[in-house]
Design a protein around this ligand. Structure first.
Ligand SMILES: O=C(O)[C@H](O)COP(=O)(O)O
Length: 322
């Protein structure tokens, strides 16, 4: 039985009274919801649908009456080889430096006790590397698996056939909507040299203003339109259904998402700077996001005291490893 036919995807299917039967769940999912061919014109839906089938159960959730609490981790990728050279990168697909690899591993240690059921990354290797390296440190010891739904064949050829293995996996959805802003004709140029040529103020405006586009590139506002639309449409429903989500992306796609989460004005966001490899934690509850800053380390008590759920989850992981 193929992975995307096994379990109902949370958030897509209201199971009827007799739907707790696994068999019935299979039939419903395969016929109406998780059949890759059914979604062949919508790879995004297919991807998420398939992912939900990979890991259907939140690793730990606490419901308070009708409300569920879930965690959201945002992380900017570690230092890339063009960050090191101080080049405008945008949508150019460059890997992490050695330091970037270490930052990703360090970030992984900092979130090693925070539950993660699903990962969303941009389509760029520096974000994917960061997510994967971070997960090598997680105490849950689940394996992140990149979902391949770019074609029907890719979906079929990447099926997992063991339910036990599926339970030990974390689906990773990659999507261009979380990519770095497209920096247009600045891509590949040195930031310092560009400031010398066009003036510091002009370059600062291109880099930090909300609605001014760099030459032939995207403004933050344009980047926000695709990143936040994707977030609302595909990530928020997962949080609503109780899944704990990590998003590995980029300075500007994350600045736009944070602008939305923290309800920042277009003026406030101009001062928001994100360091490479620093995870940020949000708690999602009753349809609201509250920012909890950045977990400092697995031994630091503070962050786990924020919610009962996090404290219990941490304790469970500790018990499992002893
Ligand atoms: O694309 C880039 O060059 C960086 O990742 C972000 O650049 P910025 O700090 O100029 O926005």
């Amino acid at each position: 039985m193929a992975a995307n036919f096994i379990l109902q995807p949370a958030g897509f299917l209201d199971v009827p009274p007799f739907g707790s039967s696994r068999i019935f769940g299979k039939l419903i999912s395969s016929r109406f919801f998780c059949n890759a061919s059914h979604h062949k014109f919508n790879p995004v839906i297919a991807s998420i649908c398939n992912a939900s089938a990979v890991d259907p159960t939140p690793s730990h959730s606490i419901s308070h009456g009708s409300s569920t609490e879930s965690t959201l981790i945002l992380i900017r990728h570690g230092e890339s080889m063009w960050n090191e050279k101080n080049l405008f990168t945008g949508c150019c697909d460059v890997p992490l430096t050695r330091r970037g690899v270490e930052e990703a591993i360090e970030a992984g240690k900092r979130i090693s006790y925070i539950p993660v059921d699903m990962i969303f990354t941009s389509g760029l290797i520096r974000a994917k590397m960061t997510a994967m390296l971070a997960m090598t440190q997680h105490h849950q010891k689940k394996v992140p698996i990149i979902m391949h739904n770019e074609s029907e064949q890719a979906t079929t050829w990447s099926q997992v056939y063991s339910e036990t293995t599926i339970k030990q996996s974390i689906p990773v959805i990659t999507t261009w909507q979380l990519n770095e802003r497209m920096y247009g004709e600045l891509q590949g140029l040195n930031k310092k040299e560009t400031a010398e040529r066009y003036g510091k103020e002009q370059v600062h405006e291109w880099r930090r203003s909300y609605d001014i586009q760099p030459p032939k590139g995207e403004s933050l506002e344009m980047c926000l339109r695709r990143a936040v639309t994707y977030f609302k449409e595909f990530i928020e429903p997962q949080l609503q259904s109780g899944k704990h989500v990590m998003v590995a992306a980029h300075a500007n796609s994350l600045r736009s998402i944070i602008m939305y989460l923290d309800k920042m004005t277009s003026q406030e966001v101009t001062n928001l700077e994100l360091s490479t490899g620093i995870p940020l934690l949000y708690i999602y509850k009753d349809g609201r996001f509250s920012s909890r800053g950045s977990p400092v380390g697995p031994t630091e008590a503070g962050v786990y005291a924020y919610t009962e759920s996090l404290a219990v989850y941490r304790q469970q992981l500790d018990e499992m490893s002893h």
